[in-house]
Design a protein around this ligand. Structure first.
Ligand SMILES: Nc1ncnc2c1ncn2[C@@H]1O[C@H](COP(=O)(O)OP(=O)(O)OP(=O)(O)O)[C@@H](O)[C@H]1O
Length: 695
């Protein structure tokens, strides 16, 4: 009991090293989970033999990438390294000949004369080795950046071609995080492969010469290198495991630094004194990370000390064996001189070889992360191909659609049945979190339903060609992208395949109101919309929104999804924009409008009201206003009530809007759908008021 009890009291290492800042800001330790720990154990079990077995595969991977990147440069490097091996061996043998001639009997002038050809050969070999080394460096320098680019492209493609669900998944993010070093590691692997090849050839040359001189010296040479190999691998493994375990912590600390410097947070950082607060947490987190650095350094020092002691003992044994051979008369003094030379060359090339194999191994672990990401991304990739969709679909139908976000236990949409007809305006309304944006995302093909179907003219979106589907949709979302590019790029990026269409560009500008913004920009369309760059210009929220709308217009897709497209627009611009968006329906496009501005949806052909993921009401404004106890009716009145003249508000159910809807001014269901619903008093229409409980 005593031992078990004591073991139970020990808190896990992660918990012991968790800083107060991690607890306060992120709700707990930022270390990767137990699944990773199991993985870590697997790596810790990797021994010399495993690394040696994996070596050819590591080299093959690097060579394949380098071959794709620049095969001529790779061939140049390979030839230069092989040549270097030959010239190094020739150099050693020539040195042996020089020593043999110098230690032979006879007058010194005669001995020097005999040694001269070998001396010339040794010098020529040395020059050739240097020239070949230069050629190898030049070739490697040419191929390395290309390899890194190829690997980076693979990495970025993984991030952009997977389903949206993967991007939002923490586990996939862990893979993305881990693989971020993979591209640079691919580059370094090329260099280490070359150096490994070089070290290997130099070692074989020295070992060959040593084997010829006396076979017993050969295993002793290997013995010198073994402890250092062991030590280097041990240090590399620790470093790798630590990098991974602390990756999320590193990302969080970097995030704090970023928040302190980024423009959007700058105001709160100053007025709310967030700067000092975050800086304090940054320091605490950095100090926690420093304890890990200290632990690593201690571990490394201890390992290297043990390795050096063992290598020293092995060197002692080697030189002892050499002395014994000399004493026993089994070796001449000149041969012993060459042997010392070969042992020194061999052990230093072996030490370099070990170092490069070790770095190769370390980098290959990071390249392995990239491989794992590529494999996982392959599984989560947006599928290519599928059934074609009609260019101008007549309708999109949701059939009993239920959808739950990955990792969530509550469906965001439940059993939704809905038909969106071409040329119509469909408005999605409801309280915060009711599922409006989710429905829009399913329509855009960003998610698939868990059950039920989304049919485009009868073709199930799950089986449709996704590129086809995406090309039928244009999006203006609440958090549309503010690209840090020129004004023109910010519009034409809506249809990247047609960047230079001036007529379409001007049309989109006129449609969205961007044409009113352009004269205020210093370089018109060429103005850079990013203050973080020199000469960059900043737009207001509403001006940005016009660019978002222009972009969607430029895309000219049959289905336009507008999710709160006017939240930042002034009342006049908002009314105009809604009119224009509605006008698009007249040109044969379908408009799906997600908004809290209920006055703006009065003219929609269909208003869909969502509550907790369910479609609870559906109809025209008049039909929904006529529903006693209806949600739409309640929300509409609440909003209208906000614009009632002071004093006219008479509490829930008897407010100005109530009178507007139920009193004499109420539009009857038979009234024209174009008739705006009047509100009491002369206040503005409720369209310019936010939904009362919107967040
Ligand atoms: N990416 C996501 N991952 C997990 N859950 C999500 C995600 N996006 C939304 N949700 C959840 O799904 C539900 C519906 O969200 P949705 O954004 O569709 O609501 P909404 O009606 O558009 O809300 P709002 O009016 O606030 O924009 C909410 O409970 C929300 O927390």
């Amino acid at each position: 009991m005593g031992r078990t009890g004591r073991r139970r009291e020990r808190r896990p290492a992660t918990e012991r090293t968790t800083s107060t800042s991690e607890e306060a800001l992120f709700g707990g330790p930022l270390r990767y989970d137990t699944r990773w720990a199991r993985h870590e154990q697997a790596f810790l079990r990797l021994g010399l033999v495993t690394v040696a077995r994996r070596l050819p595969a590591m080299v093959r991977g690097a060579v394949r990438l380098a071959w794709r990147a620049d095969r001529n440069a790779l061939l140049l490097v390979g030839a230069a390294e092989l040549g270097r091996g030959v010239t190094q061996a020739v150099g050693l043998l020539a040195a042996n000949e020089v020593l043999r001639a110098l230690f032979a009997a006879g007058p010194i002038a005669e001995r020097l004369h005999t040694a001269l050809p070998a001396l010339v050969l040794a010098t020529a070999a040395s020059v050739a080795t240097t020239l070949l080394a230069c050629a190898s460096v030049a070739g490697t320098g040419r191929v390395e950046p290309k390899v890194e680019r190829l690997a980076t492209e693979q990495y970025l493609e993984c991030a952009t071609r997977v389903e949206l669900g993967a991007v939002e998944d923490a586990e996939f993010h862990r893979l993305l995080d881990g693989a971020q070093f993979g591209a640079a590691s691919c580059r370094y692997m090329v260099g280490h492969c070359v150096s490994t090849l070089n070290g290997l050839i130099a070692f074989v040359a020295a070992a060959g010469v040593l084997g010829v001189l006396h076979p017993v010296l050969l295993p002793l040479l290997v013995l010198i290198a073994l402890p250092r190999t062991w030590g280097a691998l041990r240090v590399a493994r620790q470093r790798y495991v630590s990098t991974h375990t602390w990756m999320e912590h590193t990302r969080a600390a970097r995030l704090l630094g970023h928040l302190l410097t980024e423009r959007t947070a700058a105001q709160e950082v100053r007025v709310h004194a967030v700067g000092r607060f975050l800086l304090g947490h940054y320091r605490t987190m950095s100090e926690t990370a420093e304890t890990e650095q200290t632990r690593l350094a201690r571990h490394r020092a201890a390992t290297e000390l043990a390795a050096a002691a063992m290598a020293g003992a092995a060197s002692l044994a080697t030189y002892g064996a050499l002395a014994a051979l000399l004493l026993a008369g089994a070796m001449e003094i000149s041969v012993a001189g060459t042997a010392v030379l070969a042992i020194r060359t061999g052990s230093s090339s072996l030490a370099a070889l070990v170092q490069h194999v070790n770095r190769l191994y370390e980098e290959s672990l990071f390249v392995g992360d990239l491989d794992r990401l590529i494999a996982e991304a392959g599984r989560r990739m947006i599928p290519e191909g599928g059934l074609p969709l009609p260019g101008r679909p007549r309708h999109v139908r949701f059939e009993n659609v239920t959808f739950t976000y990955p990792g969530s236990d509550r469906p965001a949409l439940r059993e939704v049945d809905l038909t969106v007809e071409t040329g119509k305006v469909v408005a999605l309304v409801g309280e915060n979190g009711s599922g409006k944006s989710t429905l829009a995302k399913l329509l855009a093909g960003l998610y698939r339903p868990d059950s039920g179907r989304v049919l485009w003219d009868g073709v199930d979106a799950a089986e449709a060609d996704r590129d086809d589907l995406f090309s039928r949709v244009a999006l203006v979302t609440q958090d549309f992208q503010r690209w840090p590019f020129t004004a023109e790029s910010n519009v034409v990026i809506g249809l990247p395949s047609r960047p230079g269409d001036r007529e379409r560009l001007e049309d989109s500008a006129a449609y969205s109101g961007v044409d009113e913004v352009l004269p205020t920009l210093p370089k018109g369309w060429r103005t850079l919309l990013a203050r973080q760059f020199r000469g960059g210009h900043e737009l207001s929220g509403g001006q940005w929104q016009r660019f978002g709308i222009a972009r969607a217009h430029y895309r000219s897709a049959p289905v336009l999804i507008c999710d709160e497209p006017t939240s930042a627009l002034d009342p006049r611009a908002e009314i105009e924009t809604f009119d224009r968006i509605r006008g698009l329906a007249g040109t044969g496009r379908t408009v799906v409008l997600v908004t809290h501005r209920l006055a703006s949806v009065q003219h929609a052909d269909t208003i869909c009201v969502l509550r907790r993921g369910r479609l609870v009401e559906q109809g025209t404004h008049r039909e929904l206003m006529a529903l006693p106890g209806g949600l739409y009716r309640e929300l509409f009145r609440m909003q209208a009530d906000q614009y009632a003249e002071p004093g006219t508000h008479a509490g829930p159910g008897t407010g100005a809007a109530d009178r507007g809807a139920e009193g004499p001014a109420v539009p009857s269901p038979a009234a024209s759908p174009e008739t705006p619903v009047p509100v009491a008093g002369d206040g503005p229409a409720p369209g310019t008021a936010p939904l009362a409980n919107s967040g």
